[in-house]
Design a protein around this ligand. Structure first.
Ligand SMILES: [Zn+2]
Ligand SMILES: [Zn+2]
Length: 276
């Protein structure tokens, strides 16, 4: 089973994802990790790890990543996770430190929906609410840009330069959601956080395909392909990355289902499902 690499606009996304097996992503820039799977070597360079929830297919790798980073003296690591996950995750890390008779250099930051964390000079992460069976959050990767204020758009450059010399600032900061990552979630996420429809790149799970598994999606709070069908017209994203496919489905079955049942999205859908 192999990892996948995607280049989507200015972002490079590397990852592996299968429901119940493991899910992790590495996103450049800024070089952060979203979830850790069961411990992926590819995450050793990530200073920041943004964890969506505590299920072990996403979180078990946290101590492994910290262990790898301390062996290679990669410096401090920031682990960001839902507020309710901090205490049990700290206990898991502490147990790993005892097993290895060492200490890792890390901080854990608990977040709630709406909290923001700076990840790079022009990039901020914002937590948003999701709908899962354990405490969870998704994350928006927000890019900040400077641009000329509207009232100066027709001003000749020579005049702008003269004003700059007098200390007048013509610019303003704007924000765009470069990427949204939902982690594991049921369909309530579409109402809880409609901004996911507007991000340039949307990483969203699609665990189940068949009518037989309709109840599974409801019970375990995962998305079913059916959840996308009535909402196809709402997705304004340039790219949509489906991941977290159940092991009972093949990548080819997901691709066929997307082509047949989501015609408005099919041309923008990429798959990270761990080839089988
Ligand atoms: Zn999962
Ligand atoms: Zn989960």
């Amino acid at each position: 089973m192999g990892r996948t690499e995607l280049r989507l606009g200015e972002l490079s996304i590397e990852g592996f994802s299968r429901a119940g097996d493991e899910t992790w992503f590495r996103v450049h820039p800024p070089g952060l990790a979203f979830d850790t799977g069961r411990g992926a070597r590819e995450l050793g360079g990530a200073r920041d790890v943004f964890l969506t929830h505590g299920h072990l297919d996403h979180a078990l790798g946290v101590p492994y990543v910290l262990s790898q980073r301390s062996q290679h003296e990669n410096g401090d690591t920031r682990i960001v996770c839902p507020m309710q996950t901090v205490e049990p995750l700290a206990a898991l890390i502490a147990a790993a430190e005892r097993l290895e008779a060492t200490t890792y250099r890390y901080d854990i930051l608990g977040v709630q929906p709406g909290d923001r964390i700076e990840a790079a000079k022009n990039m901020t992460l914002e937590a948003f609410p999701v709908d899962h069976v354990v405490p969870g959050v998704g994350y928006h990767l927000i890019r900040h840009k400077r641009r000329l204020r509207a009232e100066y758009r027709d001003t000749p450059e020579v005049d702008l330069a003269a004003m700059r010399e007098r200390g007048i600032d013509h610019s303003e900061t704007t924000e765009e959601i470069a990427l949204s990552y939902c982690g594991d979630t049921g369909p309530a996420v579409f109402d809880l956080e409609p901004r996911i429809f507007t991000s340039r790149v949307l990483l969203i799970e699609c665990t189940f395909l068949d009518a037989r598994q309709r109840a599974h999606g409801d019970r375990y709070k995962h998305l079913h392909l059916e959840d996308f069908e009535p909402r196809q017209d709402q997705f304004q994203n340039s790219a949509i990355v489906f991941h977290h496919l159940s092991r009972r489905h093949s990548e080819a079955a997901l691709r066929t289902a997307v082509d047949q049942r989501l015609p408005a999205l099919a041309g923008r859908v990429h798959l990270v499902v761990g080839s089988t």
